[in-house]
Design a protein around this ligand. Structure first.
Ligand code: SF4
Length: 444
C-alpha cells in the first residue's frame, strides 16, 4: 500500500498550478503622427475609387490602433523582450492556448531551457514534462526539432529571413509573421482567429474566412495594415516594457531591442491581436469603447453578431474509455503511448476505448492487466474535451496480487507516486491521477 504522505505529495504535484499572473499594466509610450502618409504599397494600388476609399480607411485605422495599443496593451512577459528565442517560444505556446495559461509555462520553460542549445539537447521526458498540461504536444516536439535545425543550419542564431523562419518545424505563416514583426520589426502580416474576427467586422466581410478567396482577401488587408504602419512617424518608439526587463533578460544580458527602431510593424500586429482578445471578442464585444468603432462596418450595419461567418460547427463526438488504476505494493501500473499516435510518448494508466457500448470491467481488467484482479472497485469518472472529442474516462481501482508482476513489462511499468511525478501524463490521465489519488486517500 502507498503511504499517505507519498500520495499527498503526488496529488499536490499533479494538481500543481504554477500560479504566476500577468504583471500590472504599463503603458507603451509611442505616438503616431495623425496625418499618416500611406505607404508605397498603398500608393501603388490606389487607382480605383474603391481602392482609394480602402486606403483612406487603412490610413485612419493604423493610428487609431497604434494609439489604443499604446494605452491599453497588457504587460505580458514576452512583450518585455525582443529576444527572438523568447518570442518564438511564446508564439508556439500561444497557438491554441490562452495567454493566462501560457504565462507560467513560458516562464518555467525559459528558466529550465534558456537557449536553443539547451532545447536541442534536452531529453524527450524533460520536453514533455515542461509542456505537460498545455496540450497539443506536437508543438513541444516541433520546438525541439526546430532548435536542432537552428543549431545546425543557423549557427545557433534565430534566422531573420521570413522564408527561413517559415521553414522551421511548427511555424506557419501566422507564427512566422508574428516572430518577424515582433522580434525584427519586419512588416510581415499576421492572421489568426482574433485578427480574422477584427478584420471581418471592421471591413464587413461576409464570406467564410476558411474559404480560399476570403482568406486571401483577409491576408491582403492584414498586409496592407502592417505596411501602412511603417509609414506612421514615431515621436518615441521605446516602450516602458523594454525599460523594465524580465528576469530572463537580466540573466541573458541585453536583447536585440533597439530603442530607436521603428516598432510600428510589431505594435500594429499586436494591436490587432490585443483588440481581438480584449475588445472585439467573439461574444459581447465592447463596441462602445472600441478605438475603431467609427470605422467599423459591422457596427454601422448592425452585423456584429453575424461576423465572422465561420459556418456550422461540427458537433462534438462522445468517446468512452475504461481505465484501471492498478496498484501493487505501493506502485501503480502506467504505460507510455507509442510514437505516431495522438499524445505520443506521454504516459497514461492502462485503458481501452469502449466502442460497442457494452463493457464488463472484470473482463476488460483481465485483458488489459493480464490478470484478474481479486479486488476491483469503481474509482471515479473524468470528463475531458480535446479538439472535437468529449471523452468520458471511467476509472476502476484494481489491487493486484504479487504474482501479476510478471506481466508488467508487457502491460506497462510499475511506478511509485514519486516516480510518477517525473513523468508527463496526457491531460485526461493527469486529471485521473489526481482524482484517483484523492479517492484512495479519502477511502483510508
Ligand atoms: S466596433 Fe465592435 S465589432 Fe467593430 S471592431 Fe470594434 S469591437 Fe469589433
Amino acid at each position: 500500500m502507498v503511504g499517505r504522505a507519498s500520495l499527498r505529495a503526488a496529488v499536490k504535484s499533479l494538481c500543481r498550478n504554477s500560479g504566476s499572473s500577468v504583471a500590472s499594466r504599463q503603458q507603451i509610450v509611442v505616438r503616431v503622427n495623425s496625418k499618416l502618409k500611406t505607404s508605397a504599397f498603398a500608393a501603388s494600388h490606389s487607382a480605383a475609387p474603391a481602392r482609394r476609399l480602402q486606403n483612406s480607411k487603412l490610413a485612419r485605422l493604423v493610428p487609431a490602433l497604434l494609439d489604443w495599443f499604446a494605452k491599453n496593451a497588457r504587460d505580458l512577459p514576452w512583450r518585455r523582450t525582443r529576444d527572438p528565442y523568447a518570442i518564438w517560444v511564446s508564439e508556439i505556446m500561444l497557438q491554441q492556448t490562452q495567454v493566462k495559461t501560457v504565462i507560467p509555462y513560458w516562464e518555467r520553460w525559459l528558466r529550465e531551457l534558456p537557449t536553443f542549445a539547451a532545447v536541442a539537447k534536452a531529453g524527450p521526458n524533460k520536453i514533455h514534462k515542461l509542456w505537460e498540461g498545455l496540450g497539443y504536444y506536437t508543438r513541444a516536439r516541433n520546438l525541439q526539432w526546430a532548435a536542432k535545425q537552428i543549431m545546425e543550419k543557423h549557427g545557433g542564431k534565430f534566422p531573420r529571413n521570413f522564408d527561413d523562419v517559415l521553414a522551421l518545424p511548427g511555424v506557419g505563416r501566422y507564427t512566422a509573421g508574428a516572430i518577424c514583426s515582433i522580434a525584427f520589426s519586419q512588416p510581415t502580416p499576421i492572421l489568426d482567429g482574433n485578427v480574422i474576427r477584427v478584420l471581418t467586422r471592421i471591413f464587413g466581410i461576409a464570406g467564410n474566412p476558411k474559404e480560399k478567396e476570403t482568406n486571401a482577401r483577409l491576408w491582403k488587408l492584414a498586409e496592407a495594415l502592417v505596411l501602412n504602419a511603417g509609414g506612421a512617424r514615431l515621436r518615441r518608439a521605446q516602450t516602458s516594457f523594454t525599460k523594465s526587463p524580465t528576469n530572463h533578460k537580466k540573466r541573458h544580458g541585453p536583447t536585440e531591442s533597439r530603442p530607436t527602431e521603428n516598432t510600428n510593424h510589431s505594435f500594429l500586429n499586436q494591436s490587432l491581436m490585443e483588440l481581438g482578445a480584449l475588445v472585439c471578442t467573439p461574444r459581447n464585444p465592447q463596441c462602445g469603447v472600441c478605438p475603431v468603432k467609427k470605422l467599423c462596418v459591422a457596427l454601422r450595419e448592425n452585423r456584429v453578431n453575424e461576423l465572422p461567418d465561420l459556418g456550422k460547427r461540427e458537433a462534438a463526438t462522445a468517446r468512452r474509455f475504461v481505465a484501471f488504476v492498478a496498484e501493487q505494493n505501493g506502485r501503480f501500473l502506467v504505460r507510455q503511448r507509442p510514437a505516431g499516435v495522438v499524445n505520443a510518448h506521454l504516459w497514461e494508466f492502462p485503458n481501452v476505448e469502449i466502442l460497442n457500448g457494452k463493457s464488463d470491467p472484470k473482463l476488460l481488467a483481465k485483458n488489459i492487466l493480464g490478470a484478474k484482479p481479486p479486488k476491483l472497485q469503481p474509482l471515479c469518472t473524468v470528463i475531458h474535451s480535446i479538439t472535437r472529442y468529449r471523452i468520458t474516462l471511467e476509472a476502476f481501482r484494481a489491487q493486484l496480487r504479487e504474482t501479476s508482476h510478471t506481466n508488467s513489462s508487457k502491460m506497462g511499468i510499475w511506478k511509485t507516486p514519486a516516480q510518477m511525478q517525473q513523468l508527463a501524463f496526457t491531460a485526461a490521465h493527469k486529471k485521473l491521477a489526481s482524482a484517483a489519488f484523492d479517492c484512495i486517500l479519502s477511502a483510508r
